[in-house]
Ligand binder design. Sequence first.
Ligand code: PEP
Ligand code: MN
Length: 335
Amino acid sequence: MIAVLRHGTNEKQIQSLTSWLRAQGIDVHISKGSQHTVIGLIGDTSKIDADLLESLDIVDSVKRISVPFKSANRKFHPDDTVIKVGDTSVGGDVFTLIAGPCSVESMEQVGEIAKSVKASGATMLRGGAFKPRTSPYDFQGLKADGIEMLLEAKKQTGLPIVTEIMNANHLPLFEVVDVIQVGARNMQNFELLKELGRTKKTILIKRGLANTLKELLMSAEYVMAGGNENIILCERGIRTFETYTRNTLDLSAVPMLQELTHLPVIIDPSHATGVAKLVKPMAMAAAASGADGLMIEVHNDPAHALCDGAQSLTPEAFDELARAVRRVVEAVKEI
Ligand code: PEP
Ligand code: MN
């Protein structure tokens, strides 16, 4: 249930309404938008008399919301969420460009890539240190050393760092990380999501290979229910019967999610296609669809990458992509 308050309601009136609701066992989520303050009621609202609530002087309207995700729901929070990450931010009018190797392989590799993607306009550096590989015999990542190298690359370039967590026990290592990624394979690792909800870190949640948008939103809800509202959603392709591409990019996820949630939505065309030459056209399409940003895999020597070389762009190809995407973003703003 949500209660939209009348324009001009003061802090004291909001406080007295929320303590009345809390006394009835209802948790409240307050969102102060540009137009209205919206109070989201979380918990068993069946006992709340909607007519009584609506009759209060400060309440403009009351709506029952039957969808299971509340904190992530745009109805609870009409304005876009803008998340501050270092000196940059994600969401709202900002277009975020996250780029870097699939995996951190050495200091030279990640340092070189970080410098080049920064020069092309990337706003954050990605790089896997703990890798979720299908085969246990494949490169599993440099783990703690990989995070150290990302940190050094951050020192050299100033770019905030994004890297994937696979196990909540590793959280102490992620203290220094700016954005913690929950990979597609862990999207429904609910114990991990609960732990991340107890942190204040920005969490980037990737859509699972075979998960619906509702399930993605419920995963965000797990983190938000723990008190952490700094979440970025990422569409990275879903598994279909198609075999020419690694996955199928579901671009309709962008406008759909943006209607359903206030959280920023980004696209990862690298994992979505698995084919380097398809990354630029899909990145442009993502920008045209209104995405809040992109996550792109870039490698200085794709042919010898330890992971995902076939979908990795060279720094030169990334530069071209960044130029093209900027033009699309500008065009979209004008439409
Ligand atoms: C990655 O970003 O390197 C990755 C493993 O992505 P996904 O979880 O989307 O497969
Ligand atoms: Mn990868």
